[in-house]
Ligand binder design. Sequence first.
Ligand SMILES: *Cc1c(COP(=O)(O)O)cnc(C)c1O
Length: 280
Amino acid sequence: MNGSPSPDPARAALREHDAGERVVPSEARERVVPPGAQGLAGRLAQLRARIDAAARCAGRDPDSVKLLAVSKTFDADLVLALAELGQRAFGENYVQEAVAKMDACRDRRPEAGLEWHFIGPIQSNKTRTIAERFDWVHSIDREKIATRLGEQRPESLPPLDCCVQVNVSGEASKSGCAPEDAPAVARAIAAQPRLKLRGVMAIPEPTEDLALQRMRFAAARAVLQGLRDELAGDHAKAIVTLDTLSMGMSADLESAVAEGATIVRIGSALFGHRPRIVAG
Ligand SMILES: *Cc1c(COP(=O)(O)O)cnc(C)c1O
């Protein structure tokens, strides 16, 4: 820590999560001063140290936890500044915003080799763009979306890496399929030659109760294990790549890593507060 009286990012994340997030045009967003490149380097180093400590604490190899930088609402300058520091994987929630950012990054740094992950809710009319522009999709929660993505993934690109988003919070959350529906969604992904089934993604409800955090993440891990067992018979090839547990955000990454997260999706701990939505 560098001693500045910064607000607690975990609390801020919880507040924002409670407030909910909507798709809004970028001009409706509050203007915030992004962290300078110097601040970004410090935050990245602190974050990587947090992840590494959590992994060691759990007896895991720190290299087994990949950092996905969630750049939603932040512009291409910050993405490229982070790329300069060695970060390759970026997560986005809103298709239009993401595509504009990808184009800006590609124009300015065609050689950067960035990897783009779609992590937001998926509307049917957005699947084509997602299939054509992204490397990963974490948020597939129905068979129909899997089928569309598979049919729309261009032959010229490698198969799209896919996760089934599972709701491990019951009534407390709306996104993701029920754990008992995960095998059907997983089979719909495995059936598509242009898709590669990688694992499970979860966004448990925000809570400061560490035991509850652990319980939710353990439930996601159990769903992944269930898929390995259930699909072992029919899709031998799919089993080989069921290697991903996408879970853990700025406020709860330690619990997620303790329960086996292989990708943590981090926004505010890296970039600072996201711009708030300004009404009107
Ligand atoms: C915004 C977002 C994140 C990052 O959240 P932070 O609390 O800022 O780290 C991770 N995953 C998803 C799906 C998100 O929408």
